[in-house]
Design a protein around this ligand. Structure first.
Ligand SMILES: C[S@@+](CC[C@H](N)C(=O)[O-])C[C@H]1O[C@@H](n2cnc3c(N)ncnc32)[C@H](O)[C@@H]1O
Length: 263
């Protein structure tokens, strides 16, 4: 499944390491993951630890379980035997999918070592690694489906690792997602524009909106805010208004797009 991120030769996995024929070797961390990020490949190290921690605490309360269940329904129609969760963070959704599809071989990667360490510790049945989305450590045409939930997409790399007719499920925030939270944090709310993938290697098979309401108390309100990009783009006053909110009903709204690989 894995290929060497330096020379692209297949990697042979052993208990404590993975090696290729050229002698490149990668140690397995105690928690079970591999770090395939090559030195100087990128200075970007993924989400900030505060964001990772807020997301882990919020998701652990299963507030977004309806989304995980909907994702499971969608991927089930593709009958996958190998799934890769791209930019999987701390692996909340990867774990939820593995629980529902134990026979499916699951892989997850993220550029954040902190997030992958947490993911690997929480589910030993998933193959986790640290990697950038732009240089995947997987062999050509090895996966039936790639899920990308609120994470960057590299269409060329995804097309390379997907099997013929493989599918890509992209989940992103709807422009109205958490609008109530934004109205508290900002004087003026600007909505982002949703953009589908512009790709000549994938075609859009299905697009749906999925939403539900959540009634939250503290500290979940603050964790939810801090796990979004707004957590780092808000004034001190805006953050204080969020932190002092005792109860809040918010609309979680998502766009789920299923793409099929051409050829
Ligand atoms: C909003 S989080 C979503 C995490 C997870 N999919 C979830 O929904 O819980 C986006 C994730 O993408 C990761 N990420 C950002 N840039 C990346 C890149 N170039 N390669 C791989 N992962 C990346 C971040 O570290 C972060 O964990």
């Amino acid at each position: 499944m894995y290929r060497c991120p330096i020379c692209n030769q297949p990697l042979t996995e052993k208990e404590k390491s993975a090696q290729c024929i050229q002698g490149h070797s990668f140690d397995r961390a105690k928690s079970g993951y591999f770090n395939f990020l090559i030195k100087n490949q990128t200075a970007f190290r993924g989400d900030h630890p505060t964001q990772i921690d807020a997301r882990r605490r919020f998701l652990a309360q299963d507030h977004y379980l309806p989304l995980a269940q909907r994702i499971h329904q969608i991927i089930s129609s593709a009958l996958p035997s190998v799934l890769i969760d791209a930019g999987c963070g701390e692996g909340y959704y990867t774990h939820q999918l593995k629980k529902r599809k134990p026979a499916c071989e699951m892989y997850g990667f993220d550029i954040s070592k902190d997030a992958i360490d947490k993911a690997a510790k929480s589910d030993r049945n998933i193959h986790y690694c640290v990697s950038s989305v732009n240089r995947l450590p997987y062999q050509n045409q090895c996966a039936d489906i790639i899920t990308s939930l609120f994470a960057p997409v590299d269409t060329d790399e995804f097309a390379r690792v997907l099997k013929k007719d493989g599918r890509l499920l992209v989940v992103s925030a709807h422009p109205d997602h958490l609008i109530e939270l934004k109205q508290i944090a900002y004087e003026q709310v600007t909505k982002h524009q949703h953009k589908s993938l512009d790709s000549d290697v994938f075609s859009l098979m299905n697009m749906e909106e999925f939403s539900f309401q959540l009634t939250l108390t503290q500290p979940d309100i603050t964790h939810l805010f801090m796990m979004t990009p707004y957590g780092f783009r808000t004034s001190v006053e805006g953050k204080q208004r969020i932190e002092s909110k005792e109860n809040l009903t918010v609309t979680a709204k998502f766009i789920l797009e299923t793409y099929q690989k051409y050829l």
